[in-house]
Design a binder for this molecule. Structure first.
Ligand SMILES: Cc1cc2nc3c(=O)[nH]c(=O)nc-3n(C[C@H](O)[C@H](O)[C@H](O)COP(=O)(O)OP(=O)(O)OC[C@H]3O[C@@H](n4cnc5c(N)ncnc54)[C@H](O)[C@@H]3O)c2cc1C
Length: 308
């Protein structure tokens, strides 16, 4: 069997694409590692999605998913590891060794958290090193933790952690934090958050679990070992594109180049939407909008294919 469309990704871009594809009567399969994507990592409420004054990431995911499930879109929980095009047909290979074919594909695989790339970091993932405050904050109740990154995501993570942890260090490599004033004020009010600037991270240390992070004070040039049981990494994200190399072009940030009118990549029939693309503003409403453009473009592409 050949699907009209396979969508890769179950974040806002993928789910919006699924809704629109079903309404275009495209026989669609959505393959995703998880539902919700980055919305699930959002530690505090979402305040800028139109129609919902304030809503938690999990609630918004559930609303997107419930809406999608009203339509006949097949869903497969799996990871896509490779895409190949032969003639007019795409073959999608998954981690669970499935090979599935489609006439068109939308890549909506978003972005993964950017790792620190420090010695010890990988070893302690799930044992003190976390990339998801919304998921893991309660595990650090009563403990000292560090948040790496002094932007809004770092501050929001620190504020969310202040409900659980007894002390939170925000580690920033620059000489000033970059979070907006409002987040800085809320952080100050918690009385639990200490900001350390001019930090060059060196190593994550521990035995079975993390027990410290080592950094160099850029100004004094001395190494400092900070005792913490948790490290929350909030230094941005990187596009999830490893499975699609060769079929698409990238900009210097490794984002997929598309036509902003149609979401078409350089390969006919292969579209991309959301944070994985060159679109400059990485927001839920924009990802959903791009998913919509991509699905409507696929419908157009398939109509032209069948005509000609
Ligand atoms: C901490 C934080 C706070 C944020 N706050 C806001 C906010 O307040 N308001 C706002 O508008 N935006 C916010 N954003 C940005 C917003 O979350 C993103 O712009 C949006 O989620 C992008 O949607 P997407 O569908 O493109 O990608 P993602 O949300 O990243 O979803 C990608 C999906 O693809 C899946 N996937 C990835 N690789 C594969 C693969 N190989 N095979 C199968 N599936 C795969 C993932 O599992 C995931 O389901 C925030 C982001 C973060 C990290």
């Amino acid at each position: 069997m050949i699907y009209d469309l396979i969508i890769v990704g179950g974040g806002p871009a993928g789910m919006a694409a699924g809704i629109y594809a079903a309404r275009q009567k495209l026989n669609t399969l959505l393959i995703t590692k998880d539902f919700g994507g980055q919305m699930a990592r959002k530690a505090v409420a979402i305040e800028n999605y139109p129609g919902f004054g304030e809503i938690s990431g999990f609630e918004l995911i559930n609303k997107f998913a419930a809406h999608l499930k009203k339509f006949p879109v097949e869903i497969l929980q799996d990871a896509v590891v490779r895409i190949k095009k032969t003639g007019q047909t795409f073959s999608i290979f998954t981690k669970n060794k499935k090979t599935i074919q489609a006439k068109a594909v939308i890549i909506a695989s978003g972005a993964d958290p950017r790792p620190l790339e420090l010695p010890g970091e990988k070893k302690f993932i799930g044992k003190g090193v976390s990339y998801c405050t919304a998921c893991d904050a309660p595990l650090f109740a009563g403990k000292k933790v560090a948040v790496v990154g002094g932007g809004n995501s770092g501050f929001e993570a620190a504020i969310a952690l202040s409900k659980w942890s007894k002390k939170i260090y925000v580690l920033e490599r620059g000489s000033k934090v970059r979070a907006d004033q409002r987040n800085q004020e809320i952080a100050k009010k918690t009385g639990k958050i200490e900001i350390i600037t001019d930090v060059v991270l060196k190593e994550v240390k521990g035995k079975n679990f993390v027990n410290s992070i080592v950094y160099q004070d850029k100004k004094r040039k001395n190494n400092i070992t900070l005792s913490v049981e948790g490290i929350f990494v909030e230094i941005g994200s990187q596009p999830a594109t490893s499975f699609v190399k060769g079929l698409v072009g990238f900009n210097k940030r490794d984002e997929i180049k598309i036509s902003l009118e149609t979401c078409q990549t350089k390969t006919p029939g292969l579209f991309a939407a959301g944070d994985v693309t060159i679109i400059p503003y990485k927001q839920i409403v924009i990802a959903a909008g791009q998913g919509t453009i991509a699905a409507l473009s696929v419908s157009n592409y398939l109509s032209k294919q069948s005509e000609g």
